[in-house]
Design a protein. Structure first.
Length: 108
């Protein structure tokens, strides 16, 4: 399965956050790691697309007072999502082999 660059970052963030992966936490982690702000609308669109593709599953947490009684929607990486990340990484590594002096496998 092919995923876009932003979708890849969203999957990486969800996987990194584990059980704490919900919209705002994903948005904050993306901002921390990329140095770029993402609109919550763009993020939710990507989360819904990735769920439709089978890369993520969602579940609702308990309602909280801090959210006005609304529930948080938590996301979990699926096997399909993991495979999409593996494919994206393989593609990146394949391209990097053709760039003199760049060895992404070794983190250089």
């Amino acid at each position: 399965m092919k995923i876009g660059a932003f979708e890849e970052l969203v999957l990486l963030a969800v996987g990194s956050l584990g059980e704490g992966a919900y919209g705002v936490a994903v948005k904050e982690l993306l901002a921390e790691k990329t140095g770029k702000s993402t609109s919550i609308g763009a993020l939710h669109s990507a989360l819904y697309r990735l769920e439709d593709k089978g890369c993520l599953v969602s579940s609702e947490g308990g309602a909280t007072n801090e959210r006005g009684g609304r529930r948080k929607k938590y996301y979990t990486l699926t096997a399909t999502g993991r495979n999409a990340l593996i494919e994206a990484n393989k593609l990146r590594l394949e391209f990097s082999k053709n760039i003199t002096g760049l060895n992404l496998e070794m983190g250089e």
